[in-house]
Design a protein around this ligand. Structure first.
Ligand code: FE2
Length: 184
């Protein structure tokens, strides 16, 4: 069976194919936040942290392809299922244990909505990484109005503890700082 380091390297070699140039950095930050929220995260949770958006690197489909933002939940569901299937295939290819594959697949399928303690951690880590790093490039790609919606969406799904962590983030860019402030 392939080691976590091997799988991590495989994922890191795929993510730069994404049309979003922050993909690899974002995945590393999600893993960082997962480990902050759950220092004893198991292999499945760590793999899910790295691979939850892997579909973008394989299909090239991003939120920019969504013309109507009110359809965001359906879009996110399809994105989660696509990523779950891709990572499961990769783990099967490398002979990972069935139990781990099943757990990774389940976590990735739920990474946008949570629902149990570990998928909630994944969702919170994903949002925290967004707040920490992704807003400037999201704003550039999608404009102020969509960014406000996105910030509200990302904040609303956070746990109370994660909301506190977001409020501690120091935004060096004043436009981003005020966008966040007015959207929370
Ligand atoms: Fe995602």
């Amino acid at each position: 069976m392939a080691s976590f380091d091997f799988i991590q390297k495989e994922i890191y070699s795929i993510l730069p194919e994404s049309p979003l140039d922050f993909e690899l950095m974002h995945a590393q930050l999600v893993l960082k936040w997962v480990l902050k929220l759950k220092p004893d995260a198991d292999e499945a949770l760590k793999i899910a942290a790295l691979a939850r958006d892997i579909d973008r690197a394989i299909t090239g489909i991003t939120e920019k392809d969504l013309s109507d933002y009110s359809k965001i939940n359906e879009f996110k569901k399809e994105h989660s299922v696509r990523s779950a299937n891709f990572i499961a295939e990769l783990l099967v290819k490398h002979g990972c244990q069935e139990e781990i594959i099943k757990k990774v697949k389940d976590l990735v399928e739920k990474h946008e909505v949570g629902g149990d303690s570990e998928s909630d951690i994944l969702m919170n880590a994903d949002s925290l990484a967004y707040f920490e790093y992704n807003i400037p490039s999201y704003l550039k790609r999608n404009g102020e109005e969509r960014t406000r919606e996105k910030i509200k969406f990302m904040f609303s799904r956070l746990s109370d503890d994660a909301k506190k962590l977001v409020k501690q983030i120091n935004f060096s860019d004043s436009q981003i700082a005020s966008l966040v402030k007015e959207s929370l």
